[in-house]
Ligand binder design. Sequence first.
Ligand code: FAD
Length: 282
Amino acid sequence: MGLFTLLAKRFIAGETKEEAFEAVRKLNKMGMRTTLDILGENVTSSEMATSLADQYIDVINSINKEKVIANASVKLTQMGLDVSDQFCFDNVSRIIEAARAHKIFVRIDMEGTKYTERTLQLVYRWAEKYDNVGTVIQAALYRSEADVKELNKRGIKVRLCKGAYKEPASFAFQKKDDVNANYIKLMKILLDSGIFHSIATHDDAMINATKAYASQKGIGQDRYEFQMLYGINRAGQLELVKEKYGMLIYVPFGDHWFPYYYRRLRERKENVLFIAKHFFRN
Ligand SMILES: Cc1cc2nc3c(=O)[nH]c(=O)nc-3n(C[C@H](O)[C@H](O)[C@H](O)COP(=O)(O)OP(=O)(O)OC[C@H]3O[C@@H](n4cnc5c(N)ncnc54)[C@H](O)[C@@H]3O)c2cc1C
């Protein structure tokens, strides 16, 4: 294992399925649910996208066989969205069908704004056919309030996050305070819907606002869950479990880890310092 991989291990469960399942078993033992993500994005070859969907189906069969508490998170640009919408629809339908046979949920991750509309249109098509599919909404985007309302109308489960992609002011709030205010607004719309949604954040202010709103509205702890990324705010993850909140951890694995890793570094300057310190120590 190279130095870079060693450092990336802070955010990535491993390069192989076996390492990822080991991490999942540990998290399950600590009372946490998980979602597995095979790292990769912007795949432009249909053969590669087909083979990656096959890998997801293999992961789903292993979740069922090994009886771990896990579902799957999928990025559409990994599944051939850049080949064509119909190709991607058919490719991901295979994953959703395999998962449905074992009552496993499939979450469609949200990528950059170039893909938002096409991702949602595909999610609407899947949701008309299957009941085990949901998606992600980014509080940073102006359009998200309208999208959340549409998803609620259709009964589709949402993971609310702040948004990991750098977007221009024409599409997205640029100030953290504005993103946070929109996050809280969307969280309230989601919780009011009665649908089981997921609040994905490591930010104590967002978590506390969610807890306070739910308790004010008499929304039970079993009516929604919190989600965090593997390796980030571990103390907060344990704390929420102790307080009997549903806690799901996003567990990425695989060898195409650089773009995911880079987004995690960019989110926090301390991470860059952490890497630099280890680099010079080694
Ligand atoms: C389960 C899950 C799934 C996600 N799926 C998507 C998706 O599909 N599409 C998408 O665009 N984004 C996704 N994201 C990423 C999300 O959009 C944010 O980029 C990320 O969660 C950081 O935002 P935050 O809510 O933690 O708040 P921030 O304000 O960024 O961070 C709050 C605090 O959390 C801690 N923290 C946050 N990030 C890091 C980090 N990288 N390293 C160390 N500490 C950190 C720090 O203490 C920080 O002060 C997902 C996030 C989660 C938790």
